[in-house]
Design a protein. Structure first.
Length: 283
């Protein structure tokens, strides 16, 4: 918060003497509501909170909170196109926290703890998840003290038949509008193909109505034997109907694909079932 700048404050606690503990309104709950319902009124509320905050929502600070959260504001500005460097910034902040916690574990490894203290484990736990949840799943961190994980998408490794991205595959969700949830998938392996299933929602509760995707026609980008490169566009955009919660994506070695998913939100019963059980992944 900038010194001397006006800021909107709300009370966080109440007692017999009334409301007290006035602080800036944090974006975690409003962000979660907007993500869940995609209601224009919730989006407008976030815009109003940003205007009244008195500080720059784009700034990423490396800090530790017991919620393993707190970067909803800069993530929101990234999603609306006003913070393009956010992925690099939040990953750097997450790495800094991992190094800090590992250093704490090393420094205090011989200290006797007289009783179990949850704060000790919170302060030393090197597992950080907020950045990955936001960037790869397109979802807010779980609300503290309860709540299920929300996500626009999640992934399955087809070759290993397990949840998660395949080895050497990176994912970035840059938009979460149901009419255009945008995901970039990159296969960083220079010699091996990868296959990943993209699931709509953390519990397959959404339906992928259709997908637009980028691809290179076979050998088109190579050019002919005697020239320096292609003469036709190397990347072409395609469209396909899906109408299912799962989409199978095959990534040749050293390739990148951009998926623009049209999602119908909460059209299916949430489930822990995987795409491998009784309904094979759509192609």
């Amino acid at each position: 918060m900038h010194h001397g700048s006006p800021a909107s404050l709300v009370p966080f606690r109440h007692s017999d003497r009334g409301w007290f503990d006035y602080n800036p309104m944090l974006a975690a709950s409003p962000m979660t509501l907007w993500h869940y319902g995609n209601d224009p009124a919730d989006r407008q509320r976030l815009d109003e909170l940003r205007k009244a905050a008195g500080y720059d929502w784009r700034i990423v600070r490396s800090f530790r909170s017991k919620e393993e959260a707190g970067h909803e504001e800069p993530w929101f500005t990234y999603l609306i196109g006003d913070n393009p460097d956010y992925p690099e910034k939040i990953l750097a902040a997450a790495q800094a926290q991992v190094r800090h916690r590992l250093a704490r574990m090393q420094a205090y490894r011989d200290v006797e703890v007289s009783e179990a203290d949850i704060h000790l484990w919170q302060q030393c736990n090197p597992v950080v998840t907020e950045a990955l949840v936001q960037l790869t799943w397109g979802g807010p961190q779980v609300i503290y003290n309860g709540g299920l994980q929300q996500a626009r998408v999640r992934y399955y490794d087809v070759d290993r038949r397990r949840p998660g991205l395949p080895a050497s595959v990176a994912a970035l969700v840059s938009a979460i509008d149901p009419a255009g949830t945008v995901i970039d998938l990159v296969n960083l392996d220079p010699g091996h193909d990868r296959t990943v299933v993209v699931q709509a929602g953390a519990f397959a509760e959404h339906t992928i109505q259709a997908v637009r995707y980028t691809a290179c026609p076979d050998r088109a980008w190579l050019g002919s034997l005697h020239d320096y490169g292609h003469s036709e566009p190397a990347v072409t955009q395609y469209h396909a109907d899906v109408r299912r919660p799962w989409l199978t994506v095959r990534l040749p070695a050293s390739t990148r694909i951009r998926l623009t998913l049209t999602l119908a939100l909460r059209t299916r019963t949430p489930s822990y079932a995987t795409p491998f059980e009784d309904d094979p992944p759509g192609k």
